[in-house]
Design a protein around this ligand. Sequence first.
Ligand SMILES: C[S@@+](CC[C@H](N)C(=O)[O-])C[C@H]1O[C@@H](n2cnc3c(N)ncnc32)[C@H](O)[C@@H]1O
Length: 248
Amino acid sequence: MNSTPSSSDPTPPEGAHGDAAQAHPDFGHIRSFVHRRSHITAGQQEALDLLMPKWAVPYRNAPLKFEQVFGRQAPTVLEIGFGMGETTEKIALARPDDNFLGVEVFNSGVGSMLKRIEASQLQNLRIIQHDAVEVVRDMIAPDSLAGVHIYFPDPWPKKRHHKRRLVQPPFVQLLASRLRPGGYIHCATDWEHYAHQMLEVLGGEPLLENTSEGFAPRPDFRPLTKFENRGLRLGHGVWDLIFRREGQ
Ligand SMILES: C[S@@+](CC[C@H](N)C(=O)[O-])C[C@H]1O[C@@H](n2cnc3c(N)ncnc32)[C@H](O)[C@@H]1O
């Protein structure tokens, strides 16, 4: 889903998966998103045309040197699936001493994020338009990240689609290996079933330890999203999880 920040209606069009599910030969994962045409505004398209070279890093099968990408040495946080980018922009503005690398697949979100970066001239935010699983596997060196943010990932609520959820043991193992000792993974979801899956998967990864007993309070640096505010008014829950890689 890519047109609104809500994760409440992500069900893909019927027929868009099943046989078409693409597994990686050397990783075995099924993609957590489905390619489909989405509405894109003229402004987003213009941003894609003009601003990609300025603020985006192309996917390639080689580890990134963060110092070169950001032009400085600073803790680097990876965000997976930034959607339209409003949360990412707020966090990057509020934490100028950290670098943020946002990964998203859909054109409308990437266009929207590029517009935000250009408007705010955010020097500490860069983006990659590609499947985050491949980005982490191929472009992020082991022991290099200060943190990982995964906010409201597509919940894939139907049981037969649970295999598409991003937070699965092999990917979490890969992510944990990319964190530096003491680095954190912060997830948030408004789907209770997925929240419990996250707790189980993150809790089952030997490199990680939970910073709370179970779910964590929302940290001040994660702003409430519009849809979260609406959901909270309607009595829906939101679950945050913060795990740290052992050592320091
Ligand atoms: C439900 S939206 C949430 C967006 C945003 N984090 C928020 O809280 O508003 C999930 C986003 O993750 C993106 N996504 C899903 N799987 C991805 C992957 N493997 N790599 C990169 N982005 C992905 C989708 O395109 C979608 O925009």
